[in-house]
Design a protein around this ligand. Structure first.
Ligand SMILES: Cc1cc2nc3c(=O)[nH]c(=O)nc-3n(C[C@H](O)[C@H](O)[C@H](O)COP(=O)(O)OP(=O)(O)OC[C@H]3O[C@@H](n4cnc5c(N)ncnc54)[C@H](O)[C@@H]3O)c2cc1C
Length: 348
């Protein structure tokens, strides 16, 4: 049986970055996942990484994730659509958020009605609303970013890959045995659980119950016939959007639906789910006349019941990264790095 210092289960944004940092530390590492790289992160994420978040810890994680992606992806500019992000809020909340962000970020501006700069003049806001603008966020093509990251990760020395489903985790002395679907077994001193919405179901076999709910998150792609000057979030209409070249990917926060299992996205009812997000976009952007539906993007989101992402040691030397809901690209790389540094401290 092959023995490793670190086994990473999952090869999405979290598994790939964890595998990178682990092998970079000189640990003999294995990345085990049903698909490598993950089909989930590749095709089912919008790719917004914004620091306009609710806690200081999350802002610092997002900042670190952006730094990590710049460090790891040599061709990041080829997979990036822009760095500007806006949030439209009612004036009072916008001012409170502005004051909070200014404590941590130096690139944040607030624009009140009548003071919106020319480049954003095609956005409709009312007298009671304001816009928050940050300029060093990242809008990515998630699929291409994961492909690029995989190229970098797969060149790492000391990293093995096994494309198999992991079935169980059992403790044996100071080590863990991971059983795979083909009967193969792998031994590791440390484990990083990076299986997104599947972590919960995997851990139930070990009688560990995670405080997360599984949702299907839905985004819609439309062809743009006018101008959407910037990517952003509309907190008044509970909507976000990311501008690509001649299309926009947009979703509504309340349209996520609870589901039983992450692998049954086919059961999600999509009829009319494009209608209200389309209406909100047409209301917000003056120069749009119509938006042509292109496709739905539906993927599993692991939503924390306590509203904060889960980063914890669920068994001795077994680190879980989960509950990032629609923020896996935003928080995942930084949490993966934290997990590897905890392992480094233990291993001396
Ligand atoms: C529509 C939509 C829009 C989104 N937009 C954004 C966004 O703009 N910004 C952002 O930051 N995030 C966004 N997200 C969230 C983001 O996509 C997820 O948070 C992220 O993909 C989670 O990454 P992960 O590495 O934790 O897990 P995943 O990408 O889910 O990867 C887990 C991998 O583990 C594998 N696996 C599962 N079970 C096993 C097993 N038993 N053995 C081995 N391997 C297994 C799976 O096959 C999967 O490939 C969005 C999500 C959706 C659905």
């Amino acid at each position: 049986m092959e023995k490793y210092d670190v086994a990473v289960l999952g090869a999405g944004i979290v598994g790939l970055t964890a595998s990178y940092f682990s092998s970079d530390e000189g640990f003999k590492t294995v990345m085990i996942a049903s698909e490598i790289p993950s089909d989930v992160s590749m095709n089912k994420s919008v790719g917004i990484i914004t620091r306009q978040l609710t806690t200081k810890r999350e802002i610092l994680l997002a900042t670190e994730s952006i730094n990590i992606l710049f460090e790891l992806l040599p061709n990041i500019y080829r997979v990036m659509y822009g760095r500007d992000f806006i949030t439209i809020e009612d004036q009072k909340t916008a001012f409170q958020d502005f004051r909070f962000y200014r404590k941590t970020m130096y690139d944040v501006d607030i624009y009140y009605y009548g003071e919106v700069p020319e480049k954003f003049s095609s956005i409709n806001i009312s007298v009671n609303e304001a816009i928050l603008h940050t300029k060093n966020d990242v809008m990515l093509d998630a699929k291409k970013a994961i492909e690029n990251l995989y190229e970098v990760v797969s060149k790492k020395q000391g990293l093995d890959q096994i494309q198999k489903k992991a079935l169980s985790l059992e403790r044996e002395g100071n080590e863990y045995i991971i059983k795979l679907e083909d009967g193969q077994e792998v031994k590791a001193k440390n484990v990083i659980l990076a299986m997104g919405a599947w972590n919960k179901y995997f851990l139930e076999n070990n009688r560990i119950y995670l405080p997360v709910a599984t949702y299907a998150c839905i985004a819609v792609r439309f062809k743009i016939d006018g101008e959407i000057p910037v990517s952003g979030s509309d907190e008044v209409n509970y909507m976000y959007w990311m501008v690509e070249d001649d299309t926009v990917l947009a979703g509504e926060y309340y349209q996520s639906v609870p589901i039983i299992r992450p692998d049954r996205m086919d059961l999600v009812e999509l009829e009319n789910k494009d209608k209200s997000v389309k209406r909100s976009l047409l209301e917000r952007f003056k120069s749009l006349k119509d938006l042509e539906f292109v496709e739905f993007i539906v993927g599993p989101c692991s939503v924390p019941l306590g509203k904060r992402p889960l980063f914890k040691e669920v068994m001795t030397n077994v680190f879980l990264i989960d509950g990032m809901a629609g923020y896996g690209f935003t928080l995942g790389p930084a949490l993966a790095k934290e997990a590897v540094s905890m392992i480094s401290q233990r291993m001396g």
